[in-house]
Ligand binder design. Structure first.
Ligand code: AMP
Length: 282
């Protein structure tokens, strides 16, 4: 595995592969890699000639009171895991090379970015869209891989790629879960053992709500009520930021119960913020 730290060198290396007719699959991450990340890596490897992973804790997507400083970092182990997957290129830039002095250009995917997580994390998706646009320009991947776990992120990135005519195929991969259903996340490392157990309530709530919708017995308002009641029933969940049924394209609350709908949740357990979702086909 080649480890590249300088954007210009990453760009030249990827261009050389593309000129030789090789396809490149890129998996952007912030590191502290788990099986969720590795599922994207495996898919990128099987679908492309060259697999590339980036690890970059992007400061522009964290708000001033968020967890940038304590975000889990474990590059040595990440490198081992990526070597075991036989990844071809690891792109590991530092802040100053990604955001050099004088950096003032940002990508804003308006409308979608202010909903759901965006309402609670102002500026988050501006940071995400900007860094993903940069990574796509640096690596020029044939395909870029993202997890459904961050559903809104996939909507924002798809929209950006379409609006800016980016020549890349955006691939969305299913959420990988722990045995009790909790979606794998680097932030799960923040949970103490009681919180970790209690966090299974999120998946239980999504499962119960999708059952209710599928059986045709619950309206969207009733489904939202079921979700909120189940989450409120777990004392270690200290705040429900949102929990409801949404349109998968606009991310507005859905009233039409047909086709695909999104069940999405964001809660806090003390300082820790957890999100999850599931798509139900009616
Ligand atoms: P992150 O390092 O949290 O920025 O995540 C990097 C990529 O991995 C994003 O596209 C995430 O959606 C994806 N990802 C994170 N957790 C999971 C999971 N449990 N299952 C599938 N993909 C995931």
């Amino acid at each position: 595995m080649e480890i590249i730290r300088i954007p210009r060198i990453m760009q030249d290396t990827c261009k050389k592969y593309l000129l030789k007719g090789r396809s490149i699959g890129l998996v952007p991450t912030m590191g502290a890699l788990h099986e969720g990340h590795l599922s994207l890596v495996k898919r990128a490897r099987t679908e492309n000639d060259i697999s590339a992973v980036s690890i970059f804790i992007n400061p522009t997507q964290f708000g001033p009171s968020e967890d940038l400083d304590r975000y889990p970092r474990d590059v040595e182990n990440d490198i081992k895991k990526l070597r075991a997957q036989e990844v071809d290129i690891l792109f590991l830039p530092d802040n100053l090379l990604m955001y050099p002095k004088g950096f003032v250009t940002y990508v804003e995917v308006t409308a979608i970015s202010g909903k759901l997580c965006g309402a609670f994390r102002p500026g988050h998706f501006r940071g995400v869209a900007t860094v993903v646009a940069k990574l796509l320009n640096i690596a020029s991947p044939t395909r870029a891989y993202f997890g459904q776990k961050d559903f809104q992120q996939t909507v924002v990135i798809r929209r950006m790629a379409k609006d800016l005519d980016l020549d890349v195929q955006i691939v969305v991969c299913p959420t990988i879960r722990e045995q009790d259903g909790l979606a794998m996340s680097s932030r799960n490392l923040y949970l103490d053992s009681r919180q970790r157990q209690a966090a299974a309530a999120i998946y239980k709530c999504l499962s119960a709500a999708s059952e209710a919708l599928r059986s045709g017995t619950a309206s969207s308002a009733e489904t939202k009520k079921i979700m909120r009641e189940m989450l409120a029933g777990e004392p270690l969940i200290t705040n429900i930021e949102y929990a409801s049924v949404y349109d998968t394209n606009t991310l507005d609350e859905a009233d039409q119960m047909q086709g695909e709908v999104l069940l999405a949740v964001a809660v806090r357990m003390g300082e820790v913020r957890l999100i999850d979702n599931t798509v139900v086909n009616l």
